[in-house]
Design a protein around this ligand. Structure first.
Ligand code: NDP
Ligand code: ZN
Length: 350
């Protein structure tokens, strides 16, 4: 067992605090990773604060992890000591169901094991994530970080990156398609970059007029201020795809109305009950499709990292110390981050 320094939420209503615990000894197929950087995803807040139902505490969040391999189990063949690697939202799955066999571990029929807040399949212990100095993960769930990527900005690709890339690819976004990205935060700003790289005409829907100039800098062709009814109405029947990263309940109807016939609204942000209700007419009368998407499989996560290295895509990051994490959560809840906080894990040693 190895002593691990971390930050944890001890309850839904108290701030994250320093916490230490023991990581397991290396199994034959495990890799030990010293964590250099960890991105801060809005899901970290949802789980720390029990937004998705009661979480099991303590919660050590963090599923956008970049670090160096410092030790390997006897049978590890993919990685060696010194490699720069990543860990995303999953650390295990059954590997035998039809989803796992199709490289869709995120849809594992026996449930994947999340990087934090899940039970390890072998010993049943609670998983603890990347707000920690090191992590032990089976090699099949470890990603290789391409040399061409800036290691200090690569972490968000492991969740925000793959979560936006996967549905755009799966649903076949192509050159000339009109794509709207709802919410310009960590996921949203990556969605703009991927949709542009696929040749789409991209519009950001944001509540914040202050993000208009930024959105254009990110490569968005147009910006719609979603709180302006006139702008929303002018966008009616205009879009092939909407990628919805808004993290709270919101009225989908005005957005559905922006889709063409056969247009598709893809939820990635919302996993709570949908309120207010979707008017079925907004789907039926235009054969529109409402769907959702969860992160991406391990092979696809590697594909995203390689795609970003090839296309020079990186996340816009604001580096923080772990001691700033509670302020960062407050700022994220206000939409005040450009566009992903990344924790420099050296600060945990202070
Ligand atoms: P961020 O906080 O970085 O960004 C969310 C953006 O949504 C904000 O910047 C803001 O954009 C907009 N927004 C926030 N609050 C509201 C509101 N009340 N009404 C309308 N718009 C709002 O979050 P992330 O990008 O990290 O995550 C987004 C969501 O995606 C979270 O719910 C997260 O849990 C989920 N998620 C889902 C995954 C999946 O696999 N499906 C994987 C990872 C995350 P603006 O200021 O431009 O309006
Ligand atoms: Zn995430």
């Amino acid at each position: 067992m190895s002593q691990t320094k971390a930050y944890a939420a001890k309850s839904a209503t108290t701030p994250l605090v320093p916490f230490s615990f023991e990581r397991r000894d290396l199994r034959d197929n495990d890799v030990n990773i010293d964590i250099l950087y960890c991105g801060v995803c809005h899901s970290d807040i949802h789980v720390a604060e029990s937004d998705w139902g009661p979480s099991e505490y303590p919660v050590v969040p963090g599923h956008e992890i970049v670090g160096r391999v410092t030790d390997i189990g006897n049978k590890v063949s993919k990685y060696k000591v010194g490699d720069l690697v990543g860990v995303g939202c999953m650390v295990d799955s059954c590997q035998t169901c039809s989803s796992c066999k199709q490289d869709l571990e995120q849809y594992c029929e026996n449930s994947f094991v999340g990087t934090y807040g899940f039970k390890d399949l072998i010993d049943g212990t609670l998983t603890y994530g990347g707000y920690s100095d090191h992590i032990v993960v089976r090699e099949e769930f470890v990603l290789s970080i391409p040399e061409a990527l800036d290691a200090s900005k690569a972490a968000p690709l492991l969740c925000a990156g793959v979560t936006t890339y996967s549905p755009l690819r799966h649903y076949g976004v192509k050159a000339g398609d009109k794509v709207g990205i709802l919410g310009m935060g960590g996921l949203g700003h990556m969605g703009v970059k991927f949709a542009k790289a696929l040749g789409a005409e991209v519009t950001i829907f944001t509540r914040s007029e202050s993000k208009i100039a930024e959105a254009k800098k990110q490569g968005a062709d147009h910006v719609i201020v979603s709180t302006d009814d006139a702008q929303m109405q002018a966008a009616a029947m205009n879009f092939d795809f909407l990628l919805d990263t808004i993290p709270v309940q919101h009225d989908l109807n005005p957005y559905l109305n922006c889709l063409k016939v056969d247009g598709m609204h893809i939820l990635v942000g919302l996993i709570e009950p949908m309120e207010p209700a979707v008017h079925a007419a907004n789907l039926v009368l235009k054969r529109r499709i409402l769907t959702g998407s969860l992160i991406g499989g391990i092979a696809e996560t590697q594909e995203v990292l390689d795609f970003c290295a090839e296309h020079n895509i990186e996340c816009d990051a604001e580096m923080i110390n772990i001691q700033d994490i509670n302020d960062s959560y407050k700022r994220m809840k206000k939409g005040d981050v450009k566009y992903r906080f990344i924790i420099d894990m050296k600060s945990l040693k202070n």
